[in-house]
Design a binder for this molecule. Structure first.
Ligand code: C2E
Ligand code: CA
Ligand code: CA
Ligand code: CA
Length: 276
């Protein structure tokens, strides 16, 4: 993925085995968390598809690796899921996000910010209490925080996941169903948890123009969201044509390079300040 012309690189480009990788990754992540300036965030605004006004922003983690450059989360989060470092990394992302957001609130900017939860976080019974503590610490109203969860993550250990999601909802944070349509249980996940938003995965947005099936999936998801009184946000919108098609289908919001790439916090703040 491109972030403002900066090419994000993969972690494991020159490694040979997955387990060696994972060990190296874990110890380097441990160092990164101790180092204080290696884990940073960018924020990508989403917009209202009709008026074009910014709706909020999604927090995306980046790893400024001392030797490998700026690493994409897609290259280290999946492997970290197999280690105990997801929890401390998630905590760091919350601290960075809420710390940034606190300064925005002080300047009168209150558009919601969204943080991604990994599959492993949904199995962490201590997560809700920790999120509550962090919201209190940074004095951020719970309904300003959106947590993005994937259907795939929701489908393991149903009981624990339900307990964690229920406790998160009781805190008053909002939930967003991320990458919708990419798992095998999209409809089941919608039926199971109360969410506030559905994010239509980029693969359907890409295929929409050339595939009747993809267009039908987008149309169905928008209709489902409308029936349930939720917002549908299309991900990965890159062209004016995709934008026009989504407007035609009645999609509420969108996110993608056509509107804004992931931005450094100060630039994201400038965009959201113009929200009116
Ligand atoms: P995602 O949740 O689907 O996030 C959107 C990804 O799509 C981001 O990649 C973003 O930069 C990219 N993107 C946005 N607009 C466009 C577009 O128009 N075209 C294209 N080609 N790409 C676009 P990124 O930042 O590399 O993040 C990848 C994934 O890593 C995210 O996918 C999310 O699942 C995960 N992730 C990011 N930050 C965190 C985090 O703090 N915690 C956890 N657990 N996962 C995270
Ligand atoms: Ca997301
Ligand atoms: Ca997504
Ligand atoms: Ca996606």
């Amino acid at each position: 993925a491109k972030a403002r012309g900066v090419e994000l690189v993969e972690f494991d480009a020159e490694r040979d085995t997955a387990s060696v990788d994972r060990l190296a990754l874990a110890s380097e992540m441990q160092a990164a968390l101790a180092a204080d300036d290696q884990i940073v965030i960018q924020l990508q605004p989403s917009v209202d598809l009709v008026g074009g006004a910014p709706l909020g922003a999604e927090v995306l983690v980046r790893w400024k690796h001392p030797r490998r450059g700026l690493l994409s989360p897609a290259s280290f989060i999946p492997d970290l899921e197999h280690t105990d470092l997801i929890a401390p990394l998630t905590r760091r992302v919350f601290e960075l996000a809420l710390g940034t957001y606190r300064t925005w609130l002080d300047d009168g900017i209150d558009a919601p910010v969204a943080v991604n939860l990994s599959a492993r976080s949904l199995l962490d019974r201590e997560l809700p209490e920790e999120v509550g503590r962090l919201l209190a610490e940074f004095d951020v109203p719970p309904d300003r925080l959106v947590l993005e969860i994937t259907e795939t993550a929701m489908m393991s250990e149903l009981e624990i996941v339900d307990e964690v999601l229920t406790a998160l909802r009781e805190l008053g944070v909002r939930l967003s169903l991320d990458d919708f349509g990419t798992g095998f249980s999209s409809l089941q996940s919608v039926a199971r948890v109360t969410v506030d938003e559905i994010k239509i995965d980029r693969q359907f947005v890409i295929a929409m123009g050339s595939s009747r099936q993809a267009e039908a999936v987008v149309r169905m998801t928008v209709g489902l969201a409308q029936t349930l009184g939720l917002r549908a946000i299309a991900e990965g919108v890159e062209t004016a044509q995709q934008r026009a098609e989504l407007v035609k289908l009645g999609c509420h919001g969108a996110q993608g390079f056509y509107f804004y790439p992931p931005l450094d916090p100060d630039d994201a703040k400038t965009v959201l300040a113009a929200r009116g």
